[in-house]
Design a protein around this ligand. Structure first.
Ligand code: UDP
Length: 264
């Protein structure tokens, strides 16, 4: 078991558990402060600190975690679990343990790039279709001038590729690893490699590289703000309908479970 840092600011409420899955009740600003703390602790330490895992949870994650106890453990042990997905924000509100706001992976990735550019931390972008991570890296460098992209590589989450990928990341001397293999593959990939990952933090970022590289368009601002990003995604990528059945299943399960006893 990898030792986790205590990254929570002292003034934040305890996490909320939704159907046994942990969600930290943090603002975007507090998430950034925690990421900065992880990175600076690793930089100051004379010995390598264990890699810290960041997970962005949406209702699909929670439903997948009901069927897969390893995925549930992976989320619940993470250094930070962000409330990505309006369904999570609403569920936390229903449980009377509200999260202050929705904190998305893609927004956090952009802010993290700015932090890395400012402090000189190096980012490695792993996953997505060949060539996409390179373009995403260039886009992040435009958004965060001075950002050092330690490396990019598509690869795959297949077990037989793991060793070679770890070697690439090690050679690149990265501080931050962003993994875009979709959930749960990306998060399980990070989880099983935590003790071997030569970076301060690793985060699953789903389709973020596709958005950054312009292969997918993000919902208009008003839709994001009104909790309708999922609907826009369904409209742009209709093949997601089966996966998105998790949304009504999630809502029903939360309500049936009631307001108590969602703990792990
Ligand atoms: N992906 C990959 N290898 C795989 C499976 C997925 O590189 O074996 C990439 C895919 O190209 C995409 C990302 O993982 O860039 C998953 O995006 P998706 O939109 O499904 O993730 P979500 O945001 O829904 O978690």
């Amino acid at each position: 078991m990898v030792q986790m840092l205590n990254t929570s600011p002292s003034d934040v409420p305890p996490p909320v558990y939704v159907l046994g899955v942990r969600v930290d009740r943090l603002t975007q600003r507090q998430v950034l402060a925690s990421l900065e703390q992880i990175l600076s602790s690793a930089q100051r330490s004379s010995t390598p600190l264990p890699c810290q895992q960041i997970v962005t949870v949406n209702p699909e994650f929670v439903m997948a975690a009901q069927r897969d106890s390893l995925f549930c453990a992976c989320i619940n042990q993470a250094a930070l679990v962000m409330a990505d997905g309006i369904g999570i924000v609403l569920a936390a509100r229903y449980l009377r343990q509200p999260t202050p706001e929705r904190v998305t992976g893609i927004d956090t990735l952009s802010e993290l790039a700015t932090l890395c550019a400012r402090q000189g931390y190096r980012m490695f972008l792993l996953g997505a279709a060949p060539g996409v991570a390179e373009i995403a890296g260039e886009r992040l460098q435009e958004m965060a001038p001075g950002l050092q992209i330690a490396g990019t590589y598509a690869g795959s989450p297949a077990l037989d590729e793991e060793q070679a990928i770890l070697e690439r990341v090690r050679t690149a001397r990265a501080d931050v690893l962003c993994v875009a293999y979709g959930a749960p593959a990306q998060d399980l990939w990070i989880y099983r490699n935590l003790s071997r990952l030569p970076v301060a933090l690793a985060m699953g970022v789903g389709g973020s590289f596709d958005f950054l590289a312009g292969r997918q368009r993000r919902a208009p601002y008003w839709m994001r703000k009104s909790g309708l990003e999922w609907l826009y995604r369904l409209y742009r990528e209709p093949w997601r309908w089966r996966r998105m059945l998790a949304l009504p299943q999630f809502a029903l399960s939360v309500v049936l479970k009631g307001r108590n006893s969602h703990d792990a």
